[in-house]
Design a protein around this ligand. Structure first.
Ligand code: MN
Length: 411
């Protein structure tokens, strides 16, 4: 038995507001699927966040249909769950659409009783837990849930012990956790031989008591922390390699990482005494950039640095550059601010809502917050939640603050 384990493709993600990035995400996912087909897998698993948002635009939907159809043509069934990015509180999600087209099987708690060549339903209260079957193997999974909700469902043992458990969440013993990340522990999970996990964007595989816990990660570089190369230029120049990108081929329950080539994302941190020092150091790092790469450049300086000048030096040498200045006082060390020193109270409360997996439920509250903060008279919410305002009564906020806020939210 051989399968491909993919996750977090984030189709449709225009990272840094760049439309070509959405094309990159589609390309990397397509490349992974092509490799899975070459490997002659029996089936494929997608552990959530196939899409970046729950309401992808038509172009993104077409990308998904085109890529998943490649597997369908080879008679390779796909078992998928929704992640926090693409699940919806509405009755029908984009996964239901793909299922109606015969492109995947959606696993998890559903109203519908589903029965087919590769799927069965196990009753659970008013619901059915739809699971996958391949030969004698059982593949159980469910949509992303908060740890609280997941744990209370597991108290009822809604997911039984099985061969493969497909889940979109952070498992404490497997993941290096960020401060406020929601997580479960291994004891909260059903027993399985292979845990096909999603949610963490860098590849991780770990064997605990004979079971594999695996995160394939995002096949693209979805965050500056997933850099291909990091350049630190403080006193000395130091260069370190970042994580690889790809997915897993699992043969007889043993995972093997398969790399997918994707665009370089270079994270560079430079400390500079003054403008001249900044220019010199930036010129020196040009040797490590390639014309197709994206450069995320942070300048740490106690003096004012003309960022436009630095952009002019770099922009023709890379596909895209994003420069920011972190002002440091002479006696203070370089450090990352705490959110409450960095964001206004309005921004902090907005972030609290944006982080929620059930954000859809709070859209009106959030609109209220924004209306109050910006004293908006008239206000329109577009389909994709991009907010357009008319009649702003207050001075435009500085670009830097807004750019940083969105950076924070994007992860
Ligand atoms: Mn994700």
């Amino acid at each position: 038995m051989k399968f491909a384990h993919l996750a977090d493709a984030h189709l449709g993600y225009e990272q840094y507001h760049l439309p070509f990035r959405a094309e990159d995400f589609a390309k990397s996912f397509k490349f992974a699927v092509e490799k899975a087909i070459e490997e002659n897998v029996d089936f494929a698993i997608i552990s959530g966040d196939l899409f970046h948002r729950s309401n992808p635009n038509p172009k993104t939907i077409k990308q998904a249909i085109d890529i998943l159809s490649m597997l369908k043509r080879e008679n390779i069934p796909i078992f998928a769950i929704e992640g926090n990015h693409d699940k919806t509180v509405k009755d029908v999600s984009i996964y239901d659409l793909l299922e109606s087209l015969g492109l995947l099987y959606k696993l998890g708690l559903r109203r519908k009783f589903v029965e087919g060549e590769f799927v069965r339903s196990k009753p659970f209260g008013d619901y059915n837990l739809v699971y996958g079957v391949f030969e004698d193997f059982k593949i159980f999974g469910d949509t992303h849930r908060s740890s609280h909700q997941f744990k209370s469902l597991m108290e009822e043992r809604y997911i039984p012990n099985c061969d493969i458990a497909v889940l979109h969440l952070s498992v404490k013993e497997v993941v290096d956790l960020d401060i406020k990340d929601d997580y479960v522990t291994i004891s909260d999970l059903p027993k399985a031989k292979y845990y096909a996990l999603g949610h963490v964007h860098i590849p991780i595989k770990k064997n605990v008591n004979g079971s594999w816990f695996v995160y394939p990660g995002c096949p693209e570089r979805s965050d500056a922390r997933e850099y291909s190369i990091k350049i630190d230029y403080f006193d000395d120049l130091s260069i370190s390699e970042g994580c690889r990108k790809g997915f897993f081929i699992v043969e007889n329950f043993k995972p093997r990482f398969v790399e997918v080539g994707c665009r370089d994302l270079i994270s560079a941190n430079i400390s500079a005494k003054d403008q001249r020092d900044a220019v010199e150091k930036v010129k020196e790092i040009l040797n490590y950039l390639n014309p197709e790469s994206i450069l995320i450049l942070r300048i740490f300086s106690g003096s004012v640095v003309d960022l436009e000048d630095l952009v002019r030096i770099v922009e023709r040498r890379v596909r895209h550059v994003k420069v920011s200045l972190e002002r440091i006082s002479k006696e203070r060390e370089v450090r990352i601010e705490k959110p409450n020193e960095f964001f206004t109270e309005f921004e902090l409360s907005l972030l609290e809502f944006l982080k929620r997996p059930d954000f859809d439920n709070f859209i009106n509250t959030v609109i209220g917050l924004i209306e109050r903060e910006f004293k908006l008279k008239d206000f329109k919410v577009l389909d994709d939640f991009e907010v357009k305002s008319v009649g702003v009564e207050r001075e435009e906020r500085s670009r830097k603050v807004r750019r940083t806020l969105f950076d924070f939210v994007e992860g």
